[in-house]
Design a protein around this ligand. Structure first.
Ligand SMILES: *[C@@H]1O[C@H](CO)[C@@H](O)[C@H](O)[C@H]1NC(C)=O
Ligand SMILES: *[C@@H]1O[C@H](CO)[C@@H](O)[C@H](O)[C@H]1NC(C)=O
Length: 383
């Protein structure tokens, strides 16, 4: 009896010690090498609320690693102020698993101004540069020439048939923005590569090798982790619009392209496979280039972003499949990633172990019946 009570006393004393402010300060200063960072944590800063710009200047002498050459790259997040918690959790995971070792910048875009609270809560997590940008109205609205009566009819019908986001105009604005405008934003002009990140995603594995540099060094243009089938109700006329474009512009179609991945009959019909674009690591100069610019303008002029609900995922994927060589498209096996219900966990044991992944390989979406990954494998192993 007395013995267990004593043990309990010792344990409680230990808890108190661990939780005491002194221990906390000691631990924080030990882990954070820079003065400002330490001051912020321990509350010893002379100005209790330093301006954001000074937070961003806060860099320890060994960060970023100056002898490592970063790629011309940035993270891109499209978010609303109400996504704060989900944004924090995505950035926290990305920093832990990858970016704290590298220090790539972030560009956060919103169709409304970010609140000060949002900027403050996000900036504190990131030691590299963070830019907060506003999306111009003309990149985020239904164009005047769209016949609103037809568009409204389409939305009503999709709501009646339970199509996800079928009734939403802002979802359509987002799909159109991600298809044809994000890479034109002024804050992204100075970058070539981007990694698209959404709120509430998970990164399951350590990413020790720089994916941007991998893309650059291996002449890749578009990278993905998950590939799925699109909902047919959202893209009724997309493929006929694409085939029109192909007929008028055969010059843009790459030799050794990935048409065989997205069509089972050499282009007659679309099998609805697409790369899940909430994760993308890709080259913005591809979207900025002549082929994709003409392609996007052609699609946009048909109004399908509003008369139907064309997603940026099939639009990007079809372009990547047609205008790139298949070896310019890359599957990132080593990036364990989760968005909503679906996630990719590296299946090869050596990769899973090296990444110290926290996901179950059995739960990986790759060979789920709704995944297009088996088609991708088969296609890439053919010829
Ligand atoms: C810095 O980067 C160089 C070049 O990639 C590497 O060899 C070195 O180990 C890195 N140093 C640290 C402290 O990470
Ligand atoms: C980065 O890429 C962009 C887009 O290609 C280019 O305009 C810019 O000059 C590049 N910056 C550097 C430092 O190479």
């Amino acid at each position: 009896m007395t013995w267990t009570r004593q043990l309990r006393y010792v344990f409680m004393a230990f808890l108190l010690m661990v939780r005491s402010p002194m221990t906390y300060h000691y631990l924080s200063s030990y882990h954070a090498p820079t003065g400002l960072h330490w001051d912020k944590i321990s509350g010893k800063s002379s100005s209790s609320n330093p301006p954001l710009s000074s937070l961003q200047q806060c860099q320890s002498s060994d960060y970023p690693n100056t002898s490592y050459e970063l790629a011309n790259a940035t993270f891109v997040m499209l978010i609303r102020n109400s996504d704060l918690d989900g944004t924090i959790s995505s950035i926290r995971a990305l920093e832990d698993r990858f970016n704290s070792k590298f220090g790539y910048p972030y560009v956060l875009l919103n169709n409304e101004p970010f609140t000060d609270e949002f900027k403050r809560r996000v900036s504190v997590l990131i030691r590299s540069e963070v830019h907060f940008g506003l999306i111009p109205k003309e990149h985020w609205s239904q164009p005047d020439w769209i016949d609103e009566e037809n568009a409204a009819k389409a939305r009503k019908q999709m709501v009646a048939t339970n199509v996800k986001y079928g009734g939403s105009v802002s979802y359509r604005n987002m799909c159109r923005f991600n298809s044809g405008f994000f890479y034109r934003h002024e804050l992204l002009q100075k970058y070539k590569w981007y990694w698209r990140v959404e709120p509430n995603v998970k990164f399951y594995c350590d990413i020790n090798d720089d994916p941007f540099r991998y893309m650059e060094e291996n002449q890749k243009v578009y990278g993905f982790t998950i590939t799925v089938y699109e909902i047919s109700a959202t893209i009724r006329s997309l493929w006929s619009t694409v085939t029109d474009f192909i007929e008028n512009h055969p010059e843009y179609i790459a030799a050794d392209n990935a048409m065989g991945f997205i069509s089972d009959n050499n282009g007659k019909t679309y099998n609805r496979c697409h790369f899940w674009s909430n994760f993308e690591i890709a080259d913005m100069d591809f979207w900025r280039g002549e082929a994709y610019t003409a392609f996007f303008e052609h699609l946009d002029s048909k109004g399908g972003f509003y008369y139907e609900r064309w997603g940026d995922a099939p639009v990007h994927s079809i372009a990547a499949a047609l205008f790139l060589r298949r070896d310019q498209v890359h599957f990132f096996e080593e990036i364990g990633y989760q968005h909503d219900d679906w996630g990719h966990c590296p299946l090869p044991d050596d990769i899973w172990e090296k990444g110290r992944c926290s996901c179950s390989q059995k739960g990986s979406f790759d060979y789920d019946p709704s995944s297009c990954k088996p088609r991708w494998d088969k296609f890439m192993n053919s010829q």
